[in-house]
Design a protein around this ligand. Structure first.
Ligand code: KIV
Length: 257
């Protein structure tokens, strides 16, 4: 699927379902579960590589993992989900030329059809505008932006009037710049609802209530595989416990046989 096709989901009031993936097993599971969009999010730094934040992830890591994810796909190309890769920290904060080069490398050497960048500060706006003009579709990401956790923490955004105004302003700027969709992370439901109504492009929420045009989840959180669960993502199964208990059962049986 192409980013332009995802925009049509909103026109048809069709809900977008997105999951993150980080290797060929998670990519294959997401694809077989029929998601519309697979995000190779930089959360893979924590979920899969054991880092404490997303900041250590490199461009090479992102390319490597995006390729692993799509190697897990089994459907015909036309039926595969849209793949979006996160731009890692420092690949788009150091100027437009570098951002085009690094986003271009992702697009050139993987099956990703778009990149996602966090924030909407003036410098980031210039980067987004340039990427889009150079033929690289961009998904925005505002609200809680984990790459800025040293400044903003990992807390809910949009709690004060000022912050709500800022997020609304950023959302409409991102639309005007040409983003094909925007992730809204950990903001109040009413704010996400207002933004959803005001924009033509789809909003994809995580911890932003049910009124977005789509939902994205970090698959490992949804499956309960992580020790540190974010407060806004309820697991649908206790995956880690389930696997651990079953493995223990198997080990105990093997030991007595
Ligand atoms: O990195 C990631 O997984 C993300 C999602 C939380 C949207 O950006």
């Amino acid at each position: 699927m192409l980013p332009s096709e995802l925009v049509k989901y909103k026109e048809k009031s069709q809900k977008i379902i997105a999951l993150t993936a980080w290797d060929s097993i998670s990519g294959s599971i997401a694809e077989q579960a029929n998601v519309d969009l697979v995000l190779v999010g930089d959360s893979l730094a924590m979920v899969c590589l054991g880092y404490k934040s997303t900041l250590p992830l490199t461009l090479e890591n992102m390319i490597y993992h995006t390729n692993a994810v799509t190697r897990g796909f089994k459907k015909k190309v036309e039926e595969q989900p849209l793949v979006v890769s996160d731009m890692p920290f420092l690949t788009y904060q150091c100027g437009e030329d570098k951002a085009v080069e690094y986003a271009g490398k992702i697009i050139q050497s993987t099956y990703a059809k778009a990149v996602k960048v966090e924030g909407a500060e003036p410098e980031i706006q210039k980067v987004i505008s340039r990427l889009i003009r150079m033929g690289i579709p961009v998904m925005g990401h505002i609200g809680l932006t984990p790459q800025s956790y040293l400044n903003l923490g990992l807390k809910k955004q949009g709690e004060s009037l000022d912050s709500q105004e800022k997020i609304k302003r950023e959302a409409s700027i991102l639309e005007k710049l040409g983003c094909f969709s925007i992730v809204l992370e950990h903001i109040p439901d009413f704010l996400a609802r207002e933004i959803q109504k005001n924009l033509k492009i789809p909003t994809i929420g995580i911890g932003a209530g049910n009124h977005c045009d789509g939902q994205v989840r970090v698959t490992a959180d949804l499956l309960g595989l992580n020790d540190n669960q974010p407060p806004f993502c309820q697991p649908i199964i206790q995956g880690k416990k389930l696997f651990k208990d079953k493995l223990k059962e198997w080990i105990d049986l093997e030991r007595i046989n």
